[in-house]
Design a protein around this ligand. Sequence first.
Ligand code: NAP
Length: 255
Amino acid sequence: MKNLFDLTGKVALVTGASSGLGVQFAKALANQGANIAIIARRIDKLELVKKEIEKIGAPCFTVECDVSKTDEIVSMVAEVKKHYGKIDILVNNAGVGKVFPAETQTDEEWRSVIDINLNSVYYVAREVGKVMIEQQYGKIINLGSLHSSVAMAGSPITAYCASKGAVEMLTKALANEWAKHNITVNAIGPAYFPSEMTNEVIGSDEFKAAVAIYCPMGRVGREGELDGALIYFASDASSYTTGQLLSVDGGWTTI
Ligand code: NAP
């Protein structure tokens, strides 16, 4: 039987691949045979990730890009297209996890989260979408969150929750609009996984108590536990699945 999850010859672009989940996503895609492009602002870190991916045996192209700047996104997409000739898979992963109490949060603080976690997700999808429409093929995977659908008891994360809730709806709307172009648009909704963004919160006693109450599996996610959802959405295994957010959360959103 054909390997439904094989990505040999596919080109995958991963945003925010200088740390955390983006690095894991790029490696998982490389392990399935994809050619990789990784982008972020910290080019020194991207170069280290590139070496790790090349050790897997996949080519890796790096581009320094701030996804809050549309001119940088446009030229980054053009560079990746020029380098590989196409872009089959987009993992729209770059994000920020800032914490601001709702009653004192400034306009700038609110925008600093919405700009990266929502606006830039759309801007990158728009520019890569143009390439995918031309090819009449594409697989877009956005990073939602546990907080696409539930908040966290007492936690000052209104902007983060609003941005990730909107990513779920953006995923559905783009899926509808681009289905006619043979492009699927789906999202992954992780609970908490160790990363630069979450390490501080995950280590706190308050958080450990919350996990014991709210997560049926009673633990955070482990490296590799998002790979299955990612490869499903990135491969032709998901050819008839679009507009879906798949929660990978130890059951957190079931209660
Ligand atoms: P992380 O380790 O802090 O990584 C965030 C990545 O986004 C970095 O590579 C960072 O690169 C990039 N980034 C941030 N702002 C950027 C900008 N303006 N331009 C380009 N790149 C930018 O966090 P993470 O936990 O891996 O998060 C990755 C994604 O997963 C985020 O969308 C997050 O909301 C989502 N998520 C994470 C968890 C979790 O538990 N870890 C749970 C649910 C959802 P540079 O700083 O080098 O630019």
